[in-house]
Design a binder for this molecule. Structure first.
Ligand code: SAM
Length: 281
């Protein structure tokens, strides 16, 4: 009888992934960390039994949380990643030759050390890129103290339970706003609206108070179960209105081959179905 990992992030809904081979299972200083092989998704990383990243479908999540703000901005040189311990977000950001510097603030060194060893395909060398500055700290502490100047801030955190909870507060968002350049963009991992609607509403309420342009955009990642995932979007700049042909020109110039992101998908991702739009205050 095969083993299954049962993810019970939600009170009335769970997903299970067959555990082909358990590669690692241990406690870090902050959370329970597992990696196992799954026949469909390849290697799977879970923290406290919640899927964080899989070899098979991480491209959707990482492409949409990086290329959307970076190509919409058009001149992003300094990027801040909060979380992202597996290195996938840094991987995609660093594919942009125009990005001069990436600061990545991860609370759990165990996730980084572990991901380098057991999930090298996720970071794909990002940790060795000279443009990357890896900081092991609580993102909530870092954002209060940083001098800022970031063109894009990406919050690639766990869900708002455990260490990730502090990254879903008005205080954190306020400091993140202060850390942005005038036309800078803040994007956040904001869960699956069908099951985590209140989280999105709370984030959007904070964003509406902070930013001229506050909304979310969507993409469906199979192992973030329950339908499309929402990415919070906040900026005082005009980036969301960037015309399709300009996005296309920037995408072509970036010379990045993607499996999910295209400029058309980028624009379409901001079209919200009623049940999501109604979650925005
Ligand atoms: N893609 C995943 C998702 O959407 O849930 C997130 C993946 S990434 C592995 C999440 C990272 O956030 C983990 O490495 C975790 O250690 C980190 N994290 C959680 N709370 C944090 C905090 N307060 N400051 C910095 N990093 C944090």
């Amino acid at each position: 009888m095969s083993d299954w990992l049962r993810e019970s992030l939600h009170p009335d809904y769970a997903q299970s992934l067959r555990v082909g081979t358990m590669i690692y299972d241990s406690e870090t200083a902050h959370q329970r960390l597992k990696v196992f092989e799954n026949g469909t998704f390849g290697r799977v990383l879970t923290l406290d039994d919640v899927v964080q990243v899989t070899e098979g479908d991480n491209f959707i999540y990482h492409e949409m949380m990086t290329h959307v703000p970076i190509l919409a901005h058009g001149a992003a040189r300094r990027v801040l990643i909060i979380g992202g311990g597996d290195g996938g977000m840094a991987r995609e950001v660093l594919r942009h030759a125009t990005v001069a510097h990436v600061t990545m603030v991860e609370i759990d060194a165990g996730v980084v050390d572990f991901s380098r060893k057991y999930l090298p395909m996720i970071s794909a060398g990002a940790f060795d890129d000279p443009r990357l500055d890896l900081v092991i700290a609580d993102g909530a502490d870092f954002i209060r103290q940083t001098a800022g100047g970031y063109d894009v801030i990406i919050v690639d955190s766990t869900d708002p339970v455990g260490p990730g909870e502090v990254l879903f507060t008005d205080s954190f968002y306020g400091h993140a706003k202060r850390a942005l350049t005038p036309d800078g963009i803040l994007v956040t991992q904001n869960g699956v609206p069908f099951l985590q609607g209140a989280e999105l509403t709370n984030t959007m309420r904070a964003f509406r108070a902070l930013f001229v342009d506050a909304t979310c955009y969507l993409a469906t990642i199979p192992t973030y179960a329950g339908g499309p995932m929402a990415f919070g979007w906040g900026t005082d700049g005009p980036a969301r209105a960037t015309p399709l042909d300009v996005l296309q020109g920037r995408f072509n110039a970036a010379g990045i081959v993607t499996d999910y992101y295209t400029p058309d998908v980028h624009k379409a991702a901001f079209a919200l179905p009623g049940y999501v739009a109604r979650l925005l205050p």
